[in-house]
Ligand binder design. Sequence first.
Ligand SMILES: Nc1ncnc2c1ncn2[C@@H]1O[C@H](COP(=O)(O)OP(=O)(O)OP(=O)(O)O)[C@@H](O)[C@H]1O
Ligand SMILES: Nc1ncnc2c1ncn2[C@@H]1O[C@H](COP(=O)(O)OP(=O)(O)OP(=O)(O)O)[C@@H](O)[C@H]1O
Ligand SMILES: [Mg+2]
Ligand SMILES: [Mg+2]
Lengths: 265, 265
Amino acid sequence: MRSIAIINQKGGVGKTTTAVNLAAALADAGQRVCLVDMDPQAHASLHLGVSISESADSVYGVLTGRRDVGDVRQVVGERFWLVPSHLDLAAAELELASEVGREKILSDCIARDSENFDTLIVDCPPSLGILTLNALTAVHEVLLPLQPHFLALHGLSKLLQTVQLVSDRLNPDLELIGVVLCMFDAGTRLANEVAKDVSEFFTEHQQSRGPWARADLFSTRIRRNIRLAEAPSFGQSIFQYAPDSNGAEDYRRLSGELVARMERP
Amino acid sequence: MRSIAIINQKGGVGKTTTAVNLAAALADAGQRVCLVDMDPQAHASLHLGVSISESADSVYGVLTGRRDVGDVRQVVGERFWLVPSHLDLAAAELELASEVGREKILSDCIARDSENFDTLIVDCPPSLGILTLNALTAVHEVLLPLQPHFLALHGLSKLLQTVQLVSDRLNPDLELIGVVLCMFDAGTRLANEVAKDVSEFFTEHQQSRGPWARADLFSTRIRRNIRLAEAPSFGQSIFQYAPDSNGAEDYRRLSGELVARMERP
Ligand SMILES: Nc1ncnc2c1ncn2[C@@H]1O[C@H](COP(=O)(O)OP(=O)(O)OP(=O)(O)O)[C@@H](O)[C@H]1O
Ligand SMILES: Nc1ncnc2c1ncn2[C@@H]1O[C@H](COP(=O)(O)OP(=O)(O)OP(=O)(O)O)[C@@H](O)[C@H]1O
Ligand SMILES: [Mg+2]
Ligand SMILES: [Mg+2]
């Protein structure tokens, strides 16, 4: 099973939009996909029209040992499952703080799950706290959405340090597969200059080995498209809501590029 | 002196862009303005081309008692001063956690400052933690930038509860003056529908008295304009960078509306 965490401690850069629509694209292409919502704000869940009333019936119940993953997982589309979140997950940051092996809890819960998926995708909150650390410890791959604005690279080194630390201490299989530019204002000088800066950053920082050895800028850019912002208000992925839009075209292309990249040795 | 905190725990909704350009607009209009950067990410400081190497020479030094506000404040334009931030401010969240009257520190530092300003503006981080609480305890007015997207109202009640709590327990003068829609995709149905929802929300929740008694949706909408995203990469406000742009026009209009509203009894 391929497993990918979508992370960026910066808010509003396209993590949830990417997690939901990438998962939907892969399911459309024939994969069995499970999306895990690790954000207490539960935007990925709300995006797919899922709102949990009893917090034990969410990923919070799973992390606190009251439910198994299979108990709370729901079907949200053909070949497409969701492990939903709930606002009470915010309490987990404090509750889990003093647990032994507190970053490994999600990983263990997933390992105990008997269901088979081709790809697992985890949507993370805008922070590098215990919830994101659980995601990074549970997956093999990391995808980084970036908004191509002035401070896109600011804070990137802290994020990459975190990936390195988790790789060193908790999860040697962890690998940054790449950066995807989101909310890309096509044709503007700013977006194109930042794209160039990000590309150069990864060329300069390329390691011969280690968690960012193969990290690169995806050639697919997710263009700014109001349809992507509208889809969640209908509880739908972009493919259900506006299958002919630029947003659908871009996420379809991204999923194709991801599959091709994942199949490299 | 008028004092305004720009808050929203959601990331990337336009807090910093509003704090910087509103301050610049008021300074242009003849006011003596001081902008305080309370975000450890220091985006407001970077936006104005200020990068502090010694963290004591920032608002962090002030909050930890090593500097006075006047020691770290810098001129950034005509009638326009900045109290810059530094990444080490992130440590303050932990360091100040157990201080007596920990939410009142900024307020006391400002009170001790002998300099006179017409307006003080405080840019806050995307959280409702100790730094934002210090800002809310130090000012009289709160301005809320919102992105007119699906989940704009989600999390708004938590934010309004926080304003109510600070008003009850720490700062009875605190008042929410209003919401300003930012990154407004003019002409799209989504932006206009969310604008309607926000307007109705405040009509329904209008209190006869209390911190949101006079809260309203500003009629000025800050339209999406790439110039606003480009200006920070030149260390400039929108008025220096692109004075004839929609971004400049919108923030000029917002400052006019703010001044008119502030002068109501
Ligand atoms: N390419 C795009 N074009 C237009 N709107 C977009 C695009 N991508 C995302 N959005 C919208 O921008 C807002 C922020 O995106 P999103 O929620 O995916 O970011 P996020 O990084 O998950 O935010 P958070 O840090 O709060 O979890 C949402 O309202 C979303 O619908
Ligand atoms: N009206 C606008 N049009 C185009 N770009 C904008 C607009 N307003 C803000 N931006 C850009 O969007 C990004 C996020 O805006 P900003 O930094 O002001 O949000 P914020 O709420 O302060 O974010 P944070 O929560 O990280 O502090 C920035 O790159 C900014 O330049
Ligand atoms: Mg999200
Ligand atoms: Mg900001």
